[in-house]
Ligand binder design. Sequence first.
Ligand SMILES: [Ca+2]
Ligand SMILES: [Ca+2]
Length: 257
Amino acid sequence: MLRTRSRWIAAPLAAAALTLSYAGYQAAAAEPAPAGAAARSAHAPVPADAADAADAPVPCLADSTTLIGDLDGDGHPDRITNPGHTGTEMTIQWGTADGTFGEKTAVRDLLGAKKGEDATAAVADFDNDGTLDMVVNIVEPSGGDDPSTARLAEYRPGPLNRTDLGSADAVHSDIGDLGEVRQLSIARYNDDAYPDLAVLNNAGDGQMDRDVRLSQPGGGLGDFDREAKQKYGEYGTWAEPPAMPADGWQHFYNTCS
Ligand SMILES: [Ca+2]
Ligand SMILES: [Ca+2]
């Protein structure tokens, strides 16, 4: 009797162990497995969402300025660092199959920014499809009262090309049409699941504004919207620029466990 019962129990446990070992592999690829997780798994029932572990790894925060998530779509999480939340000094370390990260590469170099040009970027899953996306802007500041317009300003849905951060579905963004982008930052301006964008914009003649671009539930970022600017933006000066959000990622991503 006891042996019969054991067999009944053993079969599902073996299946569970297989599923969990694959899930464990996925977790290990994303980050160091939490201590004791494997031991607990052996006795715990298969979680209802175990199948989700086979999907793309969910982005998470290593710290407030470091996002771990897959940017090039190879299934291995990459390390995106954004010092000061400004979008001007962003670096990427491509993830490898063994869960480690390659050497740091400056986003401005990947984008091909030239000497004298400012490159600014923001990373989040703007269309909430599970793949990280990027907004990029390259501008050569005019140095005078009248701002110059961007040489390149695009919304780039992921996955992105490793060599130049290109996207097959890139579209022009108007963030660089109305001034010189000084900073880009992720924000949560309305309460939907789609990250929004804050733009520190040199509008010329001593004016420095915080512009906003709201993500569209259908995908992509909206264009300039006067109503959104009145509601979420702010007018400032070169001497006293408006504050930029520093907690955007934290609204959408949990700390890596
Ligand atoms: Ca990757
Ligand atoms: Ca996306």
